[in-house]
Design a protein around this ligand. Structure first.
Ligand SMILES: NC(=O)C1=CN([C@@H]2O[C@H](COP(=O)(O)OP(=O)(O)OC[C@H]3O[C@@H](n4cnc5c(N)ncnc54)[C@H](O)[C@@H]3O)[C@@H](O)[C@H]2O)C=CC1
Ligand SMILES: O=C(O)[C@@H]1CCC=N1
Length: 275
């Protein structure tokens, strides 16, 4: 790919994307420039595979074809205002939770090609899942190019934008829920006498293997669960505890609340843009 990418905000997600894309070999490190206001982040440059780093968003945007906004929703308006007039013919990808295409359109030139995306941190290990939606200015060819770029770090799905809040709650935020489950499983092992490192390894591999079974076996999760639960056995005793405490409702509610929060973030955007 002969495009140059600018990543604005080299925090957790921006640096993960930079590293993931360089590691995947889809872009050379010379094809990515990253910016941040926190210059301390630049000392972490090896983490970003030695991409060029600047603390000047405009300078970075000017030299790129694709701009990826990886700043918090709370500061995105400030950044949009700063770079807007330099984005006339650019593809602008925002990964900010809750920030709608409509909001981005108000802030950017009417010709800007806008993509709202929701990745997740497992892109760092090539197992990410990324949803993308586009505005009317993005051609089929351009969306294919962006899809191709992001497919190097995960599975990419083109979705209707009205699914984005839920996807943000499910796959965008979901790794956080899964880490809590893994940590809790490991704590359970430690509680019952396993060494911490072995317990964590077994917990993580159990989640990894179970997820693979769901994806590769073509069986319903309920059927896979039944394969583990012998009558009068150990697994059903564990499941009884989880069901008594309402595990399913708790997890469903977590997704619902996170989706509500994503919607709320957009409705709280107050800055008005002068064209
Ligand atoms: N962390 C995650 O798992 C995911 C995050 N996201 C989205 O990615 C975006 C970034 O999130 P994180 O990386 O977690 O946050 P973060 O706080 O780690 O990174 C944001 C970075 O932006 C920098 N920044 C702030 N103002 C700036 C400016 N004016 N110009 C340039 N850089 C600036 C900050 O110094 C910071 O390093 C958010 O909008 C979030 O909703 C999306 C999917 C997953
Ligand atoms: O909570 C957050 O800020 C982000 C949005 C998607 C995942 N985590």
């Amino acid at each position: 790919m002969d495009k140059k990418l600018c990543i604005i905000g080299l925090g957790k997600m921006g640096s993960t994307l930079a590293k993931g894309l360089v590691n995947a070999g889809i872009l050379k490190k010379e094809q990515i420039v990253g910016t941040d206001i926190c210059v301390d982040n630049f000392e972490m440059n090896p983490v970003y595979c030695n991409i060029e780093t600047l603390n000047d968003n405009i300078k970075a945007v000017q030299q790129c074809d694709i701009v990826l906004l990886s700043v918090k929703p709370q500061v995105i308006d400030k950044v949009l205002k700063e770079i807007s007039s330099f984005c006339k013919d650019k593809i602008v990808i925002s990964i900010a939770a809750g920030i709608t295409i409509e909001h981005l359109e108000k802030a950017l030139p009417s010709s800007a090609k806008i993509i709202r995306a929701m990745p997740n941190t497992p892109i760092l290990v090539g197992e990410g899942v990324i949803a993308i939606s586009r505005n009317k200015n993005v051609s089929d060819e351009e969306i294919s190019m962006v899809k191709n770029l992001l497919e190097s770090v995960g599975r990419v799905y083109l979705v209707e934008e009205d699914m984005m809040d839920v996807i943000t709650a499910l796959s965008g935020s979901g790794p956080a829920y899964v880490y809590i489950i893994i940590e809790a499983l490991a704590d359970g092992g430690v509680l019952m006498g396993l060494p911490r490192d072995l317990s964590l390894e077994f917990a993580a591999r159990t989640v990894l293997g179970s997820a693979k079974m769901v994806l590769e076996s073509n069986k319903h999760p309920g059927e896979l669960k039944d394969m583990v639960t012998s009558p009068g056995g150990t697994a059903i005793r564990g499941i009884e505890v989880l069901e008594n405490r309402g595990i399913r409702g708790i997890i469903m509610n977590a997704v619902k609340e996170a989706a509500n929060r994503s919607q709320e973030i957009n409705s709280q955007r107050g800055v008005k843009f002068d064209r």
